[in-house]
Design a protein around this ligand. Structure first.
Ligand SMILES: Nc1ncnc2c1ncn2[C@@H]1O[C@H](COP(=O)(O)OP(=O)(O)OP(=O)(O)O)[C@@H](O)[C@H]1O
Ligand SMILES: [Mg+2]
Length: 248
């Protein structure tokens, strides 16, 4: 398997608490993987270690063959790992379309003569991304007027606009209605099928996981508890007990 991301013995301690415990994960190029696990089991901390928001206590992070352990957030995102946080961080006072332009202009520094051409190409690309995230019809609406689910989609669109090779989504369906959750699952699966992006999704909602994931990594108390396809995970009694708080 051609790997895009690998962690080796990745750990993070906060004082006496081991938030991430010796995690080895191997994600293939183009793979779509869900990470599930109960509250506080270390999922977001694991993402923070990949993106450079936190430095690991021990272990390595390898991205496309490069050891990026300890790199700065900015350098890691430049290299192609882009992330959507648990809480949406869009610009409420801008339109949907203007929000989508932000990642382009943050990245590109074209000459004055190149700007017009850039704008033309970018506009077409943005509309393509907006189609993908179900927002093409809302391009000229102010972001603050979007429904909660649509704001989350806009943020996924902005991640796409930054042209990553690995996209990390932290609970993209948080606070969504059942209908929005289903649409989000379809949208993520479609992005995975139609692009060569690799995607890691942290998700609590098992209906979402069922809809999108081939492979699921289950975390528990900072460590990997199981890895398998959804059907295996769903039938696993110990995993059900973890979710119901019955596991010791
Ligand atoms: N900066 C920090 N300082 C100290 N403890 C932290 C810090 N960040 C996280 N923790 C602790 O590490 C553990 C893992 O937290 P984390 O946020 O990674 O869990 P999670 O699986 O993402 O949970 P949730 O499902 O609620 O989002 C928790 O016990 C949390 O309180
Ligand atoms: Mg979290």
């Amino acid at each position: 398997m051609d790997l895009i991301l690998e962690t080796r013995g990745l750990s993070k301690r906060f004082g006496g608490l081991v938030a991430v415990d010796n995690v080895d994960i191997r994600l293939g190029k183009g793979e779509l993987r869900c990470i599930i696990g109960p509250n506080g089991c270390g999922k977001t901390t694991f993402f923070n270690l990949i993106t450079g928001n936190l430095k690991p206590s021990s272990g390595r992070v390898i991205f496309r063959g490069t050891d990026i352990t300890g790199w700065a957030v900015h350098d890691i995102s430049q290299l192609g790992i882009c992330r959507k946080f648990q809480v949406p961080s869009i610009f409420e006072g801008l339109t949907v379309f203007e929000n989508m332009r932000v990642p382009y202009y943050a990245r590109a520094k074209p000459s004055i003569f190149g700007r017009a051409q850039l704008a033309k190409n970018v506009n077409a690309e943005i509309m393509g991304h907006l189609e993908r995230v179900n927002l093409a019809d809302h391009a000229h609406e102010l972001a603050k007027n979007l429904a909660h689910g649509q704001k989350q989609w806009l943020e996924i669109g902005m991640v796409l606009a930054s042209r990553p090779s690995l996209m990390l989504l932290d609970e993209p369906t948080a606070g969504m209605t059942v209908a929005e959750t289903k649409l989000t699952a379809e949208l993520v699966r479609k992005i995975s099928e139609e692009t060569d992006l690799s995607i890691l999704v942290i998700e609590h909602d098992l209906s979402f996981v069922k809809e999108v994931a081939l492979k699921v990594t289950v975390m528990y108390k900072g460590a990997i508890f199981r890895e398998g396809i959804y059907d295996e995970i769903q039938e696993d009694r110990e995993i059900r007990d973890i979710y119901l708080g019955r596991h010791r």
